[in-house]
Write a protein that binds this ligand. Structure first.
Ligand SMILES: [Zn+2]
Length: 301
């Protein structure tokens, strides 16, 4: 520790002016113990504060909660579409992910635009979740880093709904790489009036579909149509049965209509989940089980 006798005396002096000899060896030992004790206490407080900081989560309400838990198993970054028609879905997702991150012990951060994204930033995360954020208007730096992340398998990816809004929107050209990532598709149309439909699992052996029923209902979705089925370029995990549309709609892909799939031509474990417009999906156990499975699989757990 390097605590010298001289140092102790020097510090003790103000309390024993004129009576230096009174500061005998026993006293200095007592002071030494006291000092070490203080140091131990300071170290303990610091450790407690570090542990607290590591497990502190700020909730949407702005309330900071602290819980004791072990180091997170993995780190997730979620690119969340801000202030759009999808805000209720995104807010519900954040609430659900907050609970999920506690039970599955992962850490999650959110960004509302692509400005912070570069290779160094993405290197902190084992999973990238695209919460309805569209594939256009990204910075060049973010695009480059994301392509590298996906192609080299530096982390996993889960994208919802707007993540496959591929085409020219808001003055931006289509991001061709992203279109190919989604199976070479281009967005065509959507059912603006919403219809309920049955989703059929196509690959029940996939870890993403673990524990899910063979078919399940999704209430009131937009069921995007694309210019073609991504099937030739991706591994289809589930399709929507267009014959079950309730109420019926003329907007159909005409048979093969994948809604959950994975592109196996890149190294990253990835899952696109079309369903993602309404907050109420988080009350549907089939939907939350699907999201839960996708997180663990795509993050490599
Ligand atoms: Zn939508």
């Amino acid at each position: 520790m390097g605590l010298s006798y001289r140092g102790i005396v020097k510090n003790a002096k103000p309390t024993s002016v004129g009576k230096v000899p009174a500061l005998n060896f026993d006293n200095s030992q007592f002071l030494n113990r006291k000092r070490i004790g203080t140091r131990v206490l300071v170290v303990a407080i610091c450790a407690a504060l570090i542990a607290l900081a590591a497990t502190t989560t700020t909730h949407e309400s702005g309330v900071v909660h602290a819980q004791r838990r072990p180091a997170p198993k993995f780190h997730v970054i979620a690119l969340a579409e801000p202030n759009s028609i999808h805000k209720p879905f995104v807010d519900a997702a954040k609430g659900w992910l907050g609970r999920e991150s506690m039970t599955e012990n992962f850490a999650i951060d959110y960004i509302a635009n692509t400005e912070p994204i570069d290779e160094k930033f993405l290197a902190q995360y084992q999973l990238f979740i695209q919460l309805d954020y569209p594939p256009y208007g990204w910075t060049d730096k973010a695009q480059k880093a994301f392509i590298d992340y996906i192609e080299q398998g530096k982390g996993g990816w889960i994208g919802f709904h707007h993540a496959a809004l591929l085409g020219e929107f808001d003055g931006y050209p289509m991001w061709d790489w992203f279109s190919n990532f989604m199976g070479g598709i281009r967005y065509k149309d959507y059912i603006a009036t919403f219809v309920t439909a049955t989703v059929k699992i196509e690959d029940p052996k996939s870890p993403v579909m673990k524990g899910l029923p063979a078919t399940f209902e999704i209430e009131r979705e937009e069921w995007y149509t694309w210019n073609k089925s991504p099937r030739p370029n991706v591994h289809v995990l589930a399709t929507v049965d267009e014959s079950t549309y309730d109420p019926d709609s003329k907007l159909k892909m005409g048979g093969d209509h994948p809604v959950v799939w994975s592109n196996e031509n890149v190294k990253a474990r990835n899952v696109y989940i079309f369903m993602g417009h309404r907050a109420e999906h988080f009350k549907n156990p089939a939907f939350t089980d699907l999201f839960h499975n996708a997180i663990l699989w795509a993050a490599g757990h």
